[in-house]
Design a protein around this ligand. Sequence first.
Ligand SMILES: [Zn+2]
Length: 275
Amino acid sequence: MRPSSRTAMDESLSALEELLDASPYTVAFTGAGVSEESGIPTFRGREGIWKEFPPALYGNLPGLALAFLARPRRVAALASGVLGTLLRAEPNPCHLALARLEMEGRLHAVITQNIDGLHQAAGSRRVIELHGNAFRLRCTRCGARVEVQRERALAVLEGLREAMTRRRLLEALRRYAEPCMRCGGRTRPDVVLFGEGLPAGELNQALEEAGRCRLMLVLGTSGVVYPAAMVPRLALETGARLVVVDPARTALSSRAHLHIPAPAGSFFAAWLEDR
Ligand SMILES: [Zn+2]
């Protein structure tokens, strides 16, 4: 690293430390940029799998149902691509640093827009998932939620890769979304698809945390996708300070107390190294 950028990094690191020390209640708000550094392509970037499967066509239930009838092999390729990517992903230094801050009592919650469960995998305990979790199912009748074990997800991935017909695809999908153990109702992935509302319980919790915090770390998110974008805005309106870590200028960086123009993963790698 060049001396000048090393100095800039050192300054950012000590500025963050000062803000953390001064705040009695801190929460993090994370988005796709944080997952991207673990190898999960973003919708917006139209990278990886989303170049081949535009979210506008495949990111919602009606679109998927239509594709299931007309092009089952495409749906099988999409489902195995998404599931394979999620199963391969591992926490990066940003996830690890947030878990460490929570353990040290300096971070009180993580509010995330990501569905990959990587914050929990890194050791974070208080995680509010605004867009659900891809490794959890929800009963469409009684609302019960159940985790999908990794072994089952791997078996389903195998089935999807071999699904060349609609019948085989349906079998693989049914193996993933087994009927509800409580009421026998149909289940679906507990994630928010395009055009669907956010889970009210999680959104309320997130807004409560935003109203309560004195410092919010905004990591890897442009802060423009509503209603999730209400969270940092409420924090600002109730007088919290914002730290934005994002390589680009965002809608929030101009209102932030501190903008660190770096990818969250590499910034927190330096933070972890510095300790
Ligand atoms: Zn049920």
